[in-house]
Ligand binder design. Structure first.
Ligand code: RB5
Length: 146
């Protein structure tokens, strides 16, 4: 399985800390940038990873900007993307288990490195509870897009 990861200028250091953890868990990592410290526009990176997930280039995405908000808002404009900003492990777990989120967004100015690692670890370890009420509700979200 492959994880696509991208960030704006604020997420560079956190991304570098997270990639080894993702790889240790057995996932391939595709880094969509930015790898430059120059100020850049987060919507570009949210769109790139959202499209990569929907194209099947990668299975899931992780996005980082200062708050996680802007980059997740951009990704959520791509049909089929469910991106959630998570600042603690419980929400991260539920975002997969109940909401079948295909992108995790993090705020590099909100969470520290160790907390971000815990969030990513639990998110990667969690699977969607297929069937039943959660599937129906996720289907209802998808129906809004059509
Ligand atoms: C960049 O300064 C900052 O606005 C961006 O990283 C993000 O927090 C936006 O939502």
């Amino acid at each position: 399985m492959k994880i696509g990861i991208a960030n704006d200028h604020s997420g560079l250091v956190l991304k570098a800390a997270l990639i080894p953890l993702i790889e240790e868990k057995g996932y391939g990592v595709v880094d969509y940038g930015t790898n430059d410290t120059a100020s850049c526009d987060y919507p570009k990176y949210g769109k790139i990873v959202g499209e990569a997930v929907m194209a099947g280039e990668v299975d899931y995405g992780i996005l980082i900007c200062g708050t996680g908000l802007g980059i997740s808002l951009a990704a959520n404009k791509i049909k089929g993307i469910r991106a959630a900003v998570c600042s603690e492990p419980y929400t991260a777990k539920m975002s997969k288990e109940h909401n079948n989120c295909n992108i995790l967004a993090l705020g590099s100015r909100v969470v520290g490195e160790d907390l971000a690692k815990m969030i990513v670890a639990v998110w990667l370890d969690t699977t969607f509870e297929i069937g039943g009420r959660h599937q129906r509700r996720v289907d209802m979200i998808s129906a809004i897009e059509t």
